[in-house]
Structures are given as C-alpha cells and as structure tokens.
Design a binder for this molecule. Sequence first.
Ligand code: G1P
Length: 291
Amino acid sequence: MNGVKKAVITTAGMGTRFLPATKAVPKSMLPIVDRPILDYIIDEAAASGMEEAIVVIGSNAEVIEKHFERDAYLEERLKSDKKDGLLAAVRKITDRIKITFVTQEEMNGLAGALLYAEKAVGNEPFALLLGDEIIYTKADQKPCIRQLCDVYEKTEKTVIATMRVSDKDVEKYGNIGIAKDGAIKEVNDLAEKPKAEEKLSNYAIIGRYVLAPGIFDEIRKLKKHGNEIILTDAFCSMAKRGEIVASEFEGTRYDVGDKSGYVQANVAYALRDPSIGSGIAEFIGKIREEL
Ligand code: G1P
C-alpha cells in the first residue's frame, strides 16, 4: 500500500492560557529554547517521511506563514558572515518538507479544524499532529508519528496514540475502551474527558493520530457541543465497526499548551542542548539552593 505522505497540524486555538504573551503572537510561535513550538512539530513530520505539512492557522496568523518563507536577505547575510550553523538552523525545516497553510475561519473545535484541511488532504490517509504537544524521541527511537504510520501501514485502520494515566488525570483527556490489548490495541469505544467513575480504561488519547480518509464523512454526521465539533465523537461509530486501533508511543510528551508543560519543555530542551546544557544544569542546582 501507499505510505502516509501528508500531515495536518492544528494550531488555531485562542492561546488564552498564555495571555498576554499570545495577544499578538500565535501560541505555536512561542519558543522552546531557540525554535518556535511549530518547528518541532513540523520537524517530527519531516523526520517521519511526510512530504507535506498542512498547517491549520487562525486568522491574523500571517507571522506563521512568514516564519516558514525563505528569507534571501537573511540567508545571504548569514552566508557572508560565515554563520553556517545558523544558516542551517534557519533552513532546517523548509528544505525538507512542503508546507501549506489553511485558515480556520471559525473556532469550531478540533474536528472543525480538520474540515478546513479536507481539500488539501484529498482522499488519502493522513497524519494529525496537535500543535500544543511536542513529543521528544531519542536518536535511536522513531519519531512518534512514524511509529503510528507503521501501525497504519500494517492494519490500514485509523490509529490513535495513547498513554496510561492515573484515575486523577482521566478527565483531562479523550479516553479509549479496549476490546483487545497488546502492542496494537483494538478500540471498541471512546469518551471525551469522562469523569474517573465513567472511564472506559486508563488509556488516554494524546495528540497524534493517523486517520483513514473516511474521517471527513464521519465528522459531517456529528452534532456540535456548544461551538465545538469533537473529534473523539467521530471515532465512536468507527470503533463499533472495528475500524480503530491504538498504540502506546515511545518518547516523552510535553503538553506545551499548558504553562507548566511549556516551561518543562524549555528546561528539558535546554538541558539537552550541548551548547548551553551544562550551564543550565548548574544554574538549576544553584537556584534550588537559594529558594
Ligand atoms: C484534544 C482531544 C482529546 C485528547 C487531547 C490530547 O483535547 O479532544 O481527546 O486527549 O487533545 O491533548 P484538547 O486538549 O484540545 O481539549
């Protein structure tokens, strides 16, 4: 079968949790050390063999498009100043993957965002990466979305990335019911952010999926909850027909849509950065003594 070649990345939330930082700057442009959040996510798609990233942006998000445009003046300047490392960093993403943008006119939830990307996706399976999660994988691990594509290519079923959570955290995530556990889990039911007493299991949905093209028709059948169309709802009838599987991913997840998760990601990526890591580790040791 043909591999998964397109990735949809949703970024269009209001960023209210990060106000006032997100008043003029979209949340996906906030930096983790020296690259915006969205760079890390498109990098994951490119490293997973995707040929095109379709980025769903909000209105007034031209700065995102500008960030991914080639800047001939800057590149010339870095070249003549012999700043090869910075030149490579500036071109790291754009050289490897085609990036297209679609605007989400109405803030109508995750499934609503996908409908805006439908035309660009066409009738083929695609990866979905939510813009407020970064998944770090080590050099000897496959990127998270590649892990899911491998499962899709084996099963030809929609694949959801999952992780185990405690009862206390069940209500923060979409939740899946498992008919058969294993490396590839057969999903027979789903619930969006249930109370712990109503959980189907302790497996939570995280923001990485590979979706079969039938998803758009399923979304069109859904009713809105308030203003939002909930993607998890679209999976329910598919699960009853045995069309959904889930897979526990390898790697470390940072919820950068959350203030604490965002700071944790900055600390973790700074500590892993060979040019500043040891200085930051020393600083953390010192500040902990002072507090
Ligand atoms: C979305 C999904 C939810 C999933 C979560 C992962 O929720 O609807 O099922 O568990 O992403 O981050 P959101 O965080 O957008 O409310």
